[in-house]
Design a protein around this ligand. Structure first.
Ligand SMILES: [Fe+2]
Length: 378
């Protein structure tokens, strides 16, 4: 299976996509109720409807898709003969679209087998268009589904789900509300800096992280303050894409592990939970990753090159805290009405995410995690 994605980017890149639909007859267009109303998405849908013989529209992907939700989508649509899946939306939409590109292939395992770990060998052609700049789902091999009856989330993971084409069209991200733009942007930052400092990082991931962080530091505040700034919006789409690509090569660690219980139990949006955790987690990680954090600090506009590595790593952690404040994201768990007596459950939940805890560049214990959570109640 060919798993190399071709990335098309820039304002207006969607004006003519006829060459992407050559030879395609039955298209599944996957989105959600809000995204499908965006003017540029409507134009894209009309184009697809003109070019393909048959277009089925799914405009109801749920914000936290469950296994039952995907099963219902498969049952209520006729996937036979679908030869292209187009996903347009945030992380949830793209995760579902990636799964549907597999499930539309009649020789693929069914959803329940995939949830049971059946390997993925095939999918139909796919095109992914992110409309938030954060999750980087278009560049990761993961699709995350909530399993309500087990109160957990399961990741179906296979490089086969990486799409044939990724389109980064900044004009589709200009109507994102302020808090979504800010929190998904910080999610991208977490992907980049966690993977860069992960003990699984490698030169491929490092290169992606450096490109992504440079674009992100230069543009995150501008892209949130002025949504019409297409240059900043495109930088953020690239930062998000590279963050996803880093996940594919290395993996996140402490912020994401500690963020899961906040999302799972209290339904705090993923990017918001990450924003609260970013600086406190990196205060803990800092001594374990001084050189990498110093390298990242050098990419911040206006960084002081005369500092030594130790001072640079401190300065980067300070910058993280100030950035979250300037983006007007919540700085503590109290702001979200979570009380300190929830602490033991949070610590247990974070330790449970061993797949990410293992990526921390050093040892981290339950006590360490508790200390970081405690800071969020001060
Ligand atoms: Fe994330």
């Amino acid at each position: 299976m060919h798993i190399h994605s071709t990335v098309l980017s820039g304002a207006g890149v969607l004006d003519d996509i006829s060459y992407l639909l050559e030879g395609k007859r039955r298209v599944l267009f996957v989105s959600d109720a809000n995204i499908v109303r965006i003017e540029g998405v409507q134009r894209l849908l009309k184009q697809v409807q003109t070019l393909a013989e048959d277009v089925q529209l799914i405009d109801s992907v749920a914000p936290e898709p469950t296994d039952g939700h995907v099963r219902a989508l498969v049952q209520s649509h006729d996937l036979r003969g679908v030869d292209l899946v187009i996903g347009v939306g945030g992380g949830s939409v793209l995760d579902v679209a990636k799964l549907l590109s597999v499930l539309a292939d009649h020789q693929s395992p069914k959803l329940d087998d995939l949830l049971g770990g059946a390997p993925i060998a095939r999918r139909v052609a796919s095109l992914m268009v992110p409309t938030t700049a954060g999750t980087g789902s278009e560049a990761t091999p993961n699709a995350i589904l909530a399993i309500p009856e087990r109160q957990t989330k399961v990741g179906i993971i296979s490089p086969v789900m990486l799409p044939d084409y990724v389109v980064l069209a900044p004009e589709l991200t200009t109507s994102m509300p302020h808090q979504i733009a800010a929190s998904t942007g910080v999610d991208a930052l977490c992907h980049l800096i966690e993977c860069f400092t992960s003990n699984k990082s490698n030169p491929v991931c490092d290169n992606y992280a450096v490109i992504g962080l440079k674009k992100l530091f230069a543009s995150i505040e501008r892209s949130v303050a002025d949504p019409s700034d297409l240059e900043a919006k495109l930088d953020m789409l690239w930062a998000s894409y590279y963050g996803g690509a880093c996940i594919a090569h290395a993996g996140t660690h402490l912020v994401h592990a500690m963020s899961y219980p906040l999302g799972g139990k209290y339904h705090i949006p993923h990017g918001v939970a990450n924003a609260i955790l970013l600086a406190p987690c990196f205060e803990f990680v800092r001594p374990l990753a001084v050189d990498k954090l110093a390298q990242a600090y050098d990419l911040v506009p206006g960084a002081d090159p005369s500092l030594d590595a130790e001072a640079k790593s401190h300065a980067l952690v300070r910058y993280f805290g100030e950035l979250v404040q300037r983006l007007q994201l919540p700085g503590s768990l109290q702001a979200l009405r979570i009380e300190a007596d929830e602490l033991p459950a949070l610590v247990a939940g974070a330790l449970d995410v061993q797949r990410l805890i293992r990526n921390v560049p050093g040892t981290v214990t339950g006590d360490d995690i508790e200390k970081v959570y405690l800071k969020l109640f001060q």
